[in-house]
Write a protein that binds this ligand. Structure first.
Ligand code: DQA
Length: 147
């Protein structure tokens, strides 16, 4: 099998992980999360590239120009609001997993809605940084099973 390429996109305020509301989001920094994804990717023969932005338009641009086989995306606050990110995902039709560190369904009701979840291959929420690693394992398994 050729090396799978998975793009990871982290939405707004996720650059502040480590100090931001650790009760919800844990103590790991974004760099820690990316490092653990790259490490697991190496084990699974998956190339990981990562992108973070606080700006909706930059995330839309990134999605429009993806050259990956699949996407792991934590749209953060844009999960609940962004028609633009939804439309970009619809336009490029890339298989993706929606990820959240916290269990959004245990929190405020405005977080219970996701603009993209009906298009996702799967959703993982509530396992902290492990949510990303579970998404990587899920996508890897999916591509292995369907090669
Ligand atoms: C989040 C949940 C969102 O509701 C919130 O706006 C975030 C992070 C999570 O990973 O748990 O910024 O996506």
């Amino acid at each position: 099998m050729t090396r799978l390429h998975i793009q990871v996109i982290h939405g707004p305020n996720l650059n502040m992980l480590g100090t931001r509301e650790p009760g919800h989001y844990g103590n790991q920094t974004l760099a820690d999360i990316d490092e653990s994804l790259i490490k697991l990717g190496d084990k699974l023969n998956v190339r990981i590239t990562s992108f973070q932005s606080n700006h909706e338009g930059e995330i839309v641009d990134k999605i429009q120009h993806l050259d990956a086989d699949a996407l792991i995306i934590n749209p953060a606050a844009y999960t609940h609001t962004s028609v633009a990110i939804r439309d970009a995902l619809l336009a490029v039709k890339i298989p993706f997993v929606e990820v959240h560190l916290s269990n959004i369904y245990k929190r405020e009701t405005f977080r219970h809605q996701s603009m993209m979840v009906d298009m996702a291959m799967g959703v993982i929420a509530g396992f902290g940084a492990q949510s990303y690693l579970l998404a990587l394992r899920g996508l890897h398994h999916h591509f292995l099973a369907n090669q």
